[in-house]
Each structure stands twice: as C-alpha cells, then as structure tokens.
Write a protein that binds this ligand. Structure first.
Ligand SMILES: Cc1cc2nc3c(=O)[nH]c(=O)nc-3n(C[C@H](O)[C@H](O)[C@H](O)COP(=O)(O)OP(=O)(O)OC[C@H]3O[C@@H](n4cnc5c(N)ncnc54)[C@H](O)[C@@H]3O)c2cc1C
Length: 400
C-alpha cells in the first residue's frame, strides 16, 4: 500500500492516485467533520481524505476502543475493504476461508458450502477480531494525518447556507461544510438533526457471542442448524475464533454478571456437538462473553439535511443474520465519497445520489435479515431460511 498525502484543500489536485488507482477528487466540500470513529465513520474518513477533503474525526469514547468480539467479513465486505486499500492487512491479521461447513446441532455433518469468489484475487470470506480490525482502520486514519479528538460529541448544530456551525461537548466550536453522523444505532446526531427518524426497533432476538482460542481441528467457518437457537463459529486468526448464537430475547430486570453470562451460554450449548460442543466444554469465565438484544431500522429518507448526512447503523442498522452490517457501513463511506466527487460543486446532488444508491441495498439486507429472524422465532422451515439467505447473499455479491 503506497503512502498517500492528505491534501487540506481539494483544489490542489483534481485527481489523485492510490495504489495505482486513479480517483476523482471532491471539489464541493473542503472541510468535513465525522462524528463517530467506528467502522462506518473511519471508512468515510479514509474515503473522503483520499479524495482530497480535509477531515476531522471525533469519538465519544476517550480511549477509542471497541469491544472484544470477532466479526465475520463476507466477500462483499472484503471487496469494500479492498477499495480502502486495507485488504492485505485484513488477510494478514485475520483469517481467510473459502468454505463454510454446515452441521446439524448435534455435530452431524450436513455439507460443505463453497463460498463464491466475487472479484478476481479477492478471498471468499473471513473473520477478524474487532480490536484488530479497528487498529488496521485507525492506522490508515493516522497515516492520512486525520485529526482525531476523543471523549467528545456534538452538543449543537446550526446550519447556515453551505456550512454547519458545530458546538462540541467540551465547549469548543468549528465550522464545516459537511458533517457526517456515524455514531451507530442509538445515534445522537440522528436525534439532533433528523426529527422524521425514530429509534431502531427490537426484533425479539438476542445474540450471544464468545471469543476464545480456536478448537485445534477447526479449519473453516461452521454453522449449526436444526436447533431453535442456531449458532456459528468464525475463525478470526490462526489461533482465535468467535462463536455466535441467536436466541429469543427475554426481558430481564438486571444485566447478567460475567459468571451468569458464562453459565447461561454454557447451558444454551447443552445439546450441541462438534466444535460447538468443544467450545461448551472448554470455555472459561475469563473468555470474552457478551449478550446483546438485537434492534434494526432502515430510516426513512432523506438521509441528509442541508450539509448533515448519516451513514452506518445510525441510518441502516441491521441484525447479524447476513453478517453484513459492517460491510454496509464501509460501502456507505465509499459511496458517499464517490458521489460527492461525481457531483462536483453540487453537494446536494452528491448527497442525494449517495442516499439513492445506498437505500435499496441496505433495505434488502435489513428486510432479509429481519425476515430470517422472524422465521427463527416462529420455528419456520429451514428451507425457507436458506431461500431468503441465499437470495440476499447473491444480490449482495453484485457490485455496490
Ligand atoms: C451482535 C452483533 C453481531 C454483529 N456481527 C457482524 C458481523 O459478523 N459482520 C458484520 O459485517 N457486521 C456485524 N454486525 C454489525 C456491525 O457491527 C455494525 O453494522 C457496524 O459496526 C456499524 O458501524 P457504525 O460505524 O455505524 O457503528 P460502530 O462501529 O458501532 O461505531 C460507532 C462509533 O460511534 C461512537 N459514538 C457513539 N455515540 C457517539 C456520540 N454521541 N458522539 C461521538 N461518537 C459516538 C462510538 O464510540 C463508536 O466508535 C453485528 C452487530 C451486532 C449487534
């Protein structure tokens, strides 16, 4: 990956090259604030800076951390990361596979699924630990000399023509000609600037996850089916995996303690064989274990107002059924930069084109994911699950 200079002003260069790829610079926007330095915010920051925009990024977390789960990186997500120039690092620090193995929940092998390669030279699928992925993205943000301020959010936004005046939670202020809200599913930016939108809705399911050492004989991703609580294992490096399990969500008065998380997940795995059974028998309370109720929402258009725009879970939050939420966030960051570049001085046209290009694709992911979750809750037919998932995955493989 070649080093790439960060131009403060787009007018210095109309085209720029990165890794041999020519890119049209953005001319309508010079100074952009990204609110939220997660997967979508960092992808947008990288894509905009690479097209000559002067980007600043803020994140609420003073340590700019991410929790310790693994994440599945599907073929389309790998394709998006390749566009950001980060594929080689993900391949080196994550785990890449070309097959997924299907089992009955008790460990009986059903079949191996060949995962299609959707672009020449692109691995079929993979996984990585989230903190490793964040480090890779943070490294590129730093390489591009993007200023990052932490422990900070936006207190107030005032739009004036072609700019937005921002007051930050520490009392400082700035003027930007674009503000990108990428502050996830409970987005504060959405509440501040988009009164026509609503909070994401619970889907009735919850997701258990555990990160731990790899079962010695596991060599590809695995799914365990035919149980009311489906689960799967994703390799994340030569010696680490994460396992997920989907269950019906039950409301509780209190959060589970670490010991309760351990005991409950172990009990949920009681019927499972194969490597899922190995995990049950080998897991310890010291492993990273998490339970999270799921919520999703495709927010109604418009996704922008004046010079404020949303991306990622803030506007297209999905459930993990297609393992594509992060992929959608990265694609949205790339498409935002592409459409702003294409629109030249007409920033509103660029924001509109971004929204129209992203809406149907995110709608497909969210609708398909919610439909599969509903079927799981209703103990619906596995053939119908497979039909919805295969159709959606096939469409996701199409160019974005
Ligand atoms: C259980 C579960 C499993 C998943 N598994 C997968 C998977 O395997 N593959 C996949 O592709 N996707 C998966 N996803 C989805 C994926 O994690 C999200 O879609 C993706 O992280 C969204 O990126 P984002 O940038 O919108 O939000 P995030 O990555 O969550 O980043 C948001 C950032 O904003 C910051 N922030 C929050 N509030 C503020 C504020 N007020 N001001 C400033 N900063 C703020 C946060 O600190 C954070 O850094 C999963 C989701 C869940 C819930």
């Amino acid at each position: 990956m070649g080093a790439y200079p960060c131009f403060g002003f787009a007018s210095f260069a109309l085209r720029s090259s990165h890794g041999g790829m020519e890119r049209e610079n953005i001319t309508g926007v010079t100074k952009t604030l990204i609110v939220g330095g997660g997967i979508g915010g960092m992808a947008a920051a990288i894509a905009l800076a690479e097209r000559g925009v002067s980007v600043e990024l803020i994140d609420l977390d003073p340590q700019w951390r991410v929790y310790g789960a693994g994440i599945t990186i599907t073929g389309p997500t790998l394709r998006a990361y390749r566009r950001l120039g980060l594929l080689d690092q993900i391949k080196a620090q994550g785990a890449i596979t070309n097959k997924t193995r299907l089992f009955r929940f008790d460990g009986a092998h059903i079949k191996d699924l060949d995962e299609p390669v959707i672009e020449e030279g692109l691995p079929a699928t993979g996984g990585i630990m989230r903190p490793v992925l964040h480090k890779i993205m943070q490294g590129r943000v730093r390489e591009l000399a993007i200023p990052v301020r932490l422990g900070l959010t936006v207190s107030n936004l005032t739009e004036s023509g072609d700019s937005v005046d921002v007051t930050f939670s520490d009392g400082s202020a700035g003027r930007y000609d674009l503000v990108v809200g990428a502050d996830s599913v409970f987005s504060h930016m959405r509440t501040l600037a988009f009164p026509h939108m609503a909070p994401a809705l619970p889907t009735g399911q919850g997701c258990w996850r555990i990160s731990m050492r790899k079962p010695p004989t596991l060599d590809m991703g695995e799914f365990y089916l035919g149980h009311e609580n489906p689960c799967g294992i994703t390799p994340c490096s030569p010696d680490s995996i994460y396992m997920w399990m989907l269950t019906a969500h039950e409301e509780r008065e209190t959060f589970r303690t670490e010991q309760e998380l351990f005991d409950d997940l172990k009990a949920l795995l009681a019927d499972f064989g194969g490597h899922a059974g190995w995990i049950r028998d080998t897991m310890t309370p010291a492993d990273w274990i998490n339970y999270r109720p799921l919520a999703a929402a495709l927010q109604p258009r418009p996704w922008y107002t004046g010079r404020v725009v949303l991306l990622g879970d803030a506007v297209h939050a999905t459930t993990p059924h297609l393992a594509s939420g992060a992929g959608m966030a990265v694609e949205s960051g790339i498409v935002l930069a592409e459409e702003l570049a294409r629109a030249g001085a007409d920033v509103a046209a660029g924001l509109h084109a971004y929204q129209e290009r992203r809406y149907p694709r995110c709608q497909d992911v969210i609708d398909s994911s919610i439909a599969v979750g509903r079927l799981q809750l209703a103990h619906g037919s596995p053939a119908e699950h497979a039909h919805i998932l295969e159709g959606a995955l096939d469409r996701l493989n199409q160019p974005f």
